[in-house]
Each structure stands twice: as structure tokens, then as C-alpha cells.
Design a binder for this molecule. Structure first.
Ligand code: AGP
Length: 607
């Protein structure tokens, strides 16, 4: 959730840290700070608000060649300058940045206060600075190791000491951390976006590892001081992919990128001759795949909704029982892991702690978990037993858009493979591939309606509450549409099965509460039209999101958005796009911070 960065090298550390924090800002943006070392003293700057506020507070050309920085998503303690990181010990010589939650901080804090330590902030993190102070006897790395051995919870920690010029110690448990190898300089951060402008050579860390770095070298050891050999990886993303280009917001850019991100998720994974998919990353033989009796998909947020679409399809096309569950629920309900069940973990960031913890629980019980991730080298991707990268390119807007359709693409290919191994004949496989390949072009036609969607946003953005309704494959899309509107426009929105409203939510309907119906072009269409009429009969405004030329839906609804005609199984790819645009334009009308909505963070690394 928080972003952390450290730098050792010849440049002005404050500039590198502030630039890195700007790129990490999507991880948390309520306050930020840096600490830079110069002549055996630390200079610390901390500010509530965005990185630009911090930047204004840091004097031009401040001296210091090594330092650490932090962008915060508050968990413990309000949002203010004092609770912003870095935190200092009593001597002012030790500075720490922390991403995660220290669950036993109250007991530790009480003990430290009894011992005479003075705390300045209300955070859980400050105990780390005072613990390092307690253990420090000239060896900073040893002091950090003793400190983390007492911590319960999750952490990615960076520590510096004013007497140890050019030295940073990092430690991780449950929170991501990656080292960037430059030429005569080193970077360490919670993700690669902070360092991509400087280096593409990176080293990922695992839980329980402690890294010691200066500008020339690094070493990694475990908690028992055993050296750990690390592999150097290359970042595949380009810096330009992380820029907004001509778009006013990342969210709009990423919505539009779906015409290229979907083909990227398919690229090299289709066997046209055999009319099936090639997914080598699954690390499973055909025999093993044939032995799959059930599938469980675990995820959070938007990824969870993508999983729900695919679970429908796995059952209907591959005839494999499939469910999608919230990762946060799976972990704590003591799941039954049975032979024959295959697990998928869906995560754009690959760092969502709820999902990661659920994976570990399933693996502990012998489950085979495959990861569907976007961020290469992310913890979930590394810890899964196999998987597929969706290759969407960086998704920077906090509201996820292109990852949703790319995750579906990757898993649709899995459905195709499983279906072709079971009941699906070659011509149907061929038709499936053609249908999937036609999706990007159809999405590009939806963008022609953007002005119209903007007009609808102008009309409806003042609504206090919205219902998003769909059935079948489009039910999870309705849930996703409601999530998008909540996240970026802060409009209360409920996603429901269109069939289910009569069982309760219809009580919410009045002249001020719009209902947006996703009208499919399948066997459920007439049912949904009846559900629309039920709302109209109660004077509720109705927006229909239907297939071009659907005269019945157009006649019933007050307003309409269209998607091109497609096979019903590809409808979710199309229906989600106008909902993303609608949420975006409502947010713009309301003057919201589209890319960094209040209270949210992109990568949710706390439980
Ligand atoms: C999506 O718009 C959200 N910001 C959020 O629900 C997100 O999808 C969820 O936190 C899961 O993230 P992940 O895909 O990176 O695991």
C-alpha cells in the first residue's frame, strides 16, 4: 500500500527519491517524506498530501547522496506531517521507512516507553526506529535483524544511520521489495516503477531476507546470517509505458489500451491448427489437466469479478465445476483442499496480501495454485506453482480497467484448452478463437460512443445512488461497473443480479435512483427486459447497455449505451468498457481525482 524507496549513489539523493516517490505515488498518497544523509547527520522532510507538496518543502539542491523515502497509505495514526515516514529514533541518527502493519506494536511501544524512549507519532512503524536504536552497537545490519525478529505482522523496511554513510539495510516479510542495480548506484523500492528510469536490472527479495546495500555492492542474508544467492532479473516494461502520453488521466489511457492489451494477453498462446490454447506456463501436462475435477479462482476486487465471469464459462463450456471466492475469506475459513481441484490466483499487482496469504494457505494444504498476474516478478507470480502473465503493461490508475479484460482473456484461453480436451469439437474451438480475436476491434467501436457516454455522465452524475444489474455472465460485470463508479466518482452503487432485485433492492427504487441494466443478446434477454419494466413501473430511471439494434431495450429505457453484437460469451469484454467510461466521465464531472481516488491505493499489501 505504501511505497518505499532507497538510494545510494553519486546523484543528489533527494532528487532521485522524489522522482521515485512520484512514480510510487499510486501505492498511497496521503503523505510522504524523505530522509537524506550528509556529513554524519540526517535531513528529514515530511508532508501531508501529495508528492508535489513534499517536493515544494524540500529545498533545491539539498545535500545528501544516500537516503530513503516513503509515500503513505495510513493504517495506524491519522494523516498528518508527524505520522508521515521516515520515522527517527530518539538520537535522530536512525531513520526508517515501513510498508505493512506491525501487529504487536502496542506491546513493543509500551516496553520501549518504559525503557525511556520518546515517541512522536501515532504509527505502528515508529517502534522499528526505537528498536533499532536499542539493538544498535555499531552494526546496523545486526540491529535490524534483531529488530525484525521481534516484529509480528508484515513489513518492507528500509533503515539508514547517519554514521554509516552510503549504507541502507532493507528487510521484508509479506511486503514487496526489489533492488535495482545501477552503474555505481543502487536503488531499493517496493516496486520497479520507482527505478525504471535508472535501471532495468533488478533483484527480487523473499520473506525473511535482509539486504545490505551501498552504491557499489549488495549482499543478502537470511535471519540466521546465511548468505542467499540471488538471481538478477530484467524488467520488461519500458519507461514510456508508464507515462500518460496525450491522455489527461492514466485511467482513460488504460481503458483505451484494451484494444492492444487483450491481443497481448493472447499473443503466442493460440494454436490455430488445433483450435486450442498453448499455455506452457501452467507447468501441467495434458494428463494432469485431464485430471482436474474442479477449479477454484481466488482474488480480490476487480480481479475477483474477472474470476467470476470465467467460473461461469468453465462450467458451461468445459463442464468443470468452478467457483470464484474472495481471497480474504478463503484464508480464514480453513478451506478443504482436495485432490483434483486446481486453484487460480488472479492479481494484477501480484502483491495483494489477501490473495498471497490465501495462496500460501492452499499450498500448505497441498493445493496447486496457478497465478494470473500482470506484474512480472511479483510475489504472487513467484510463489505460484505456475501461471500465465497477462502482459497488460503497467496499470497505474488505482481503478483497474485493462487488467480485468486481460485476466479474462488469459483465463478464456484456459477454458478453451480445457473444453477442447473434453467436449469441444474443432469447429467450435475455431469459432471460439475467432470470437476472442474479434473483441479488440469491437471495443474500438465502443470508443466511437465516448461523447455520448460523456453526455450520460453529465445527466446522471448527481445521482446519490445507482444500481447496476446484469444476469449470467454479465452479472459480475454489473458488480464491476458498480465498483468502478464507487471508486472513482464516489457515488454509492450496488451491483446486483437483475433477477434478485425483486427480492429486496427494488425497495431502493425511486425517481432519483437510476438503474443501469446490462441487456444481453442471449436466452436471458427477455428476462432482463422484464426486470427493466419492473423498475420503470416504479418510476425508476433506466439506462440500458444493450447490443446495437436492440429496439425493445431502447424503447423501455430512458437512455441507452450500445455494444457491438458478439457471441454471448464475449459480451462481458464489451459490456465492461462503457461502464469503465461511464465511471470515468462521472468522476470528471464531479471533479474527482480520477487516478488516485480518496482513501484507496493500487496495491493492497495489508490485510
Ligand atoms: C480495482 O479497481 C481496485 N482498485 C481493487 O479492487 C483491486 O482490483 C484489488 O485490490 C485487487 O488487486 P490485484 O488485482 O492487484 O490483486
Amino acid at each position: 500500500m505504501c511505497g518505499i524507496i532507497g538510494y545510494c549513489g553519486p546523484r543528489a539523493a533527494s532528487d532521485v527519491l522524489l522522482d521515485g516517490l512520484k512514480r510510487l505515488e499510486y501505492r498511497g498518497y496521503d503523505s510522504a517524506g524523505i530522509s537524506v544523509g550528509h556529513n554524519s547527520s540526517l535531513k528529514v522532510f515530511k508532508k501531508e498530501g501529495k508528492i508535489r507538496v513534499l517536493r515544494d518543502a524540500v529545498p533545491e539542491g539539498v545535500d545528501g547522496q544516500w537516503g530513503i523515502g516513503h509515500t503513505r497509505w495510513a493504517t495506524h495514526g491519522g494523516v498528518n506531517d508527524i505520522n508521515a515516514h521516515p520515522h527517527l529514533d530518539c538520537t535522530g541518527k536512525i531513520a526508517i521507512c515501513h510498508n505493512g502493519i506491525i501487529e504487536n506494536y502496542i506491546a513493543l511501544k509500551e516496553k520501549l516507553i518504559d525503557e525511556g524512549h520518546a515517541f512522536k507519532s501515532d504509527t505502528d512503524s515508529e517502534v522499528i526506529a526505537h528498536l533499532v536504536e536499542t539493538f544498535y552497537e555499531g552494526d546496523l545490519e545486526a540491529a535490524v535483524k534483531s529488530t525484525v525478529s521481534l516484529l509480528k505482522g508484515t513489513y518492507g523496511i528500509l533503515v539508514m544511520h547517519s554514521d554509516h554513510q552510503d549504507l541502507i539495510i532493507g528487510a521484508r516479510n509479506g511486503s514487496p521489495m526489489v533492488l535495482g542495480l545501477g552503474d555505481g548506484e543502487m536503488f531499493i523500492a517496493s516496486d520497479v516503477s520507482a527505478m525504471i528510469a535508472h535501471t532495468k536490472q533488478v533483484v527480487y527479495f523473499e520473506d525473511g531476507e535482509v539486504v545490505r546495500l551501498d552504491r557499489h555492492a549488495y549482499s543478502v542474508t537470511d535471519m540466521r546470517n546465511r548468505p542467499v544467492d540471488k538471481k538478477v532479473d530484467s524488467i520488461s516494461w519500458e519507461l514510456e509505458e508508464m507515462e500518460k502520453g496525450d491522455y489527461p488521466f492514466y485511467m482513460l489511457k488504460e481503458i483505451h489500451e484494451q484494444v492492444v492489451s487483450i491481443p497481448r494477453a493472447m499473443s503466442g498462446r493460440i494454436d490455430e491448427d488445433q483450435a486450442t490454447a498453448v499455455l506452457g506456463g501452467l507447468n501441467m501436462s495434458e494428463m494432469e489437466l485431464l485430471g482436474v475435477k474442479r477449479v477454484m479462482i481466488i482474488a480480490a476486487g476487480t480481479s475477483y469479478y474477472a474470476g467470476r465471469v470465467v467460473a461461469y464459462l468453465l462450467e458451461s463450456l468445459a463442464r468443470i465445476p468452478a467457483v470464484t471466492e474472495l481471497a480474504s475469506e478463503v484464508r480464514y475459513r480453513n478451506p478443504i483442499v482436495e485432490e483434483g481441484t486446481l486453484y487460480f490466483a488472479l492479481s494484477q499487482s501480484g502483491e495483494t496480501l489477501d490473495t498471497l496469504m490465501a495462496i500460501r494457505e492452499l499450498q500448505r494444504k497441498g493445493g496447486r495454485v496457478l497465478g494470473i498476474c500482470n506484474v512480472v516478478g511479483s510475489t504472487i507470480a513467484r510463489e505460484s506453482n505456475g501461471g500465465v502473465y497477462i502482459h497488460s503493461g503497467p496499470e497505474i490508475a488505482v481503478a483497474s480497467t485493462k487488467a480485468f479484460t486481460s485476466q479474462m482473456t488469459a483465463l478464456y484461453l484456459f477454458v478453451l484448452k480445457m473444453a477442447r480436451m473434453r467436449h469441444m469439437a474443432w469447429p467450435e474451438g475455431k469459432k471460439f478463437i475467432e470470437g476472442l480475436q474479434s473483441v479488440p476491434e469491437k471495443i474500438s467501436r465502443i470508443f466511437e460512443q465516448e461523447d455520448h457516454i460523456k453526455t450520460l455522465a453529465k445527466k446522471y452524475h448527481e445521482a446519490e445512488s445507482f444500481l447496476f444489474l446484469g444476469r449470467g455472465l454479465n452479472y459480475p460485470v454489473a458488480l464491476e461497473g458498480a465498483l468502478k463508479l464507487k471508486e472513482v466518482a464516489y457515488i454509492h452503487a450496488e451491483g446486483y443480479s437483475a433477477a434478485e432485485i425483486k427480492h429486496g433492492p427494488i425497495a431502493l427504487i425511486n425517481e432519483e435512483t437510476p438503474s443501469l441494466f446490462i441487456v444481453p443478446d442471449d436466452h436471458l434477454r427477455d428476462k432482463v427486459l422484464s426486470n427493466m419494466k419492473e423498475i420503470k413501473a416504479r418510476k425508476g430511471p433506466v439506462i440500458a447497455l444493450c447490443v446495437e439494434g436492440d429496439k425493445d431495450a431502447t424503447d423501455i429505457a430512458d437512455d441507452v449505451m450500445y455494444v457491438p453484437k458478439s457471441e454471448e460469451i464475449f459480451h462481458p469484454f464489451l459490456s465492461v468498457v462503457p461502464l469503465q467510461l461511464f465511471a470515468y466521465h462521472c468522476a470528471l464531472e464531479l471533479g474527482r481525482d480520477v487516478d488516485q481516488p480518496r482513501n484507496l491505493a493500487k496495491s493492497v499489501t495489508v490485510e
